[in-house]
Design a protein around this ligand. Structure first.
Ligand SMILES: Cc1cc2nc3c(=O)[nH]c(=O)nc-3n(C[C@H](O)[C@H](O)[C@H](O)COP(=O)(O)O)c2cc1C
Length: 302
């Protein structure tokens, strides 16, 4: 893949495209319908220490050109996840990262250890899910987020990414805290809080009411986080995530300071979108005689 290679902390990626957690199932499920060979990594749906049933439907809905969801991280728990998917990961055409979620630093560490045992090649910490009943969003409290990263850092030897929220009061403080605690890179960002209501039924789009908003309308929200963090902490590797639908979006994130760029909601309408984005990105690189590494952080402040 000419010019597509990039570095994310300790990881060398063949492509800057990452399949975002929660939009490609366990990755194993997605292999037959997606175009995984175009990605540098694919992140499995977040997993908790024990099975979670998720929220009552409706738990997804459209909102303009974006999407609302409050799945509530339905997952089988780390033990069952590792038993079912672990043996299949090595046969996929892409490195698989696990995503850990939990209610405490110790719970995150338990899941991270299970993911490492299952054979994932890196671990993302979902510190920023906006729709779990009664749970804290760790990303909103820099010291709580740092405690999770510290516990996981002490429990596994794999590279770790910390996924933060666009709803953070101070995204640079959150970024600084998790990197100091041992995160190798940041994922900026998870979904933003959103809400919709049906004028015919007068019911909220989601049973939970407030959920996570994603898709093209959130791109400027996540881009703002990437830009501000890159300006403040230029050495910290960042995966840009939010609203990516085409190769131009990827180039924007790279220029703003990302080293890699995740694709999420676009998979639901176009599972093979990664193939189109990779092709168009390669054309862009060729036409402009540049590379992903050269574009990364290449935005010029006024
Ligand atoms: C239906 C759905 C489920 C998601 N589940 C997860 C999840 O389990 N863990 C996680 O870290 N992010 C999850 N996300 C967030 C995405 O990974 C991504 O951060 C977010 O949707 C923004 O990117 P996008 O606009 O390209 O979708 C989910 C998003 C959607 C739409």
């Amino acid at each position: 893949m000419s010019g597509l290679g990039t570095t994310l902390g300790p990881l060398e990626l063949r492509s800057p495209l990452i399949a975002a957690s929660g939009t490609v199932g366990s990755v194993v499920d997605f292999a037959a319908v997606g175009a995984l060979e175009n990605y540098g990594a694919a992140v499995a749906k977040s997993v908790a220490p024990v099975p979670w049933a998720g929220n009552t439907p409706p738990r997804i809905g459209s909102a303009g050109t974006g999407m609302l969801n409050a799945i509530g991280i339905q997952n089988p728990g780390i033990e069952a996840w590792g038993a079912e998917f672990g043996p299949l990961l090595a046969g996929l055409s892409v490195p698989v990262w696990g995503s850990a979620v939990g209610g405490s630093p110790d719970e995150f560490a338990v899941v991270a250890r299970g993911l490492e045992d299952a054979g994932v090649s890196a671990i993302e910490l979902n510190l920023s899910c906006p729709n779990i009943e009664g749970e804290t969003m760790f990303a909103l409290d820099p010291s709580a987020a740092a405690a999770v990263v510290g516990a996981v850092r002490g429990a596994v030897s794999l590279p770790i990414g910390a996924k933060l929220s666009p709803n953070s009061e101070d995204i640079v403080a959150a970024a600084d805290a998790v990197v100091t605690a041992g995160a190798d890179w940041l994922v900026l960002t998870n979904t933003a809080w959103g809400f919709g209501i049906d004028i015919a039924t007068r019911r909220p789009t989601l049973t939970r009411g407030v959920g996570g908003y994603s898709g093209p309308p959130v791109k400027p929200l996540a881009m703002r986080c990437v830009w501000q963090v890159h300006q403040a902490l230029p050495e910290v590797p960042v995966v840009g995530c939010g609203g990516v639908a085409n190769a131009a979006d990827v180039v924007e994130y790279l220029l703003a300071g990302a080293s890699a760029v995740a694709i999420g909601t676009a998979h639901f309408s176009t599972p093979r979108v990664g193939a189109t984005i990779r092709r168009d990105l390669e054309r862009y690189l060729k036409r402009n005689r540049t590379t992903v590494a050269e574009l990364s952080g290449g935005g010029i402040p006024w």
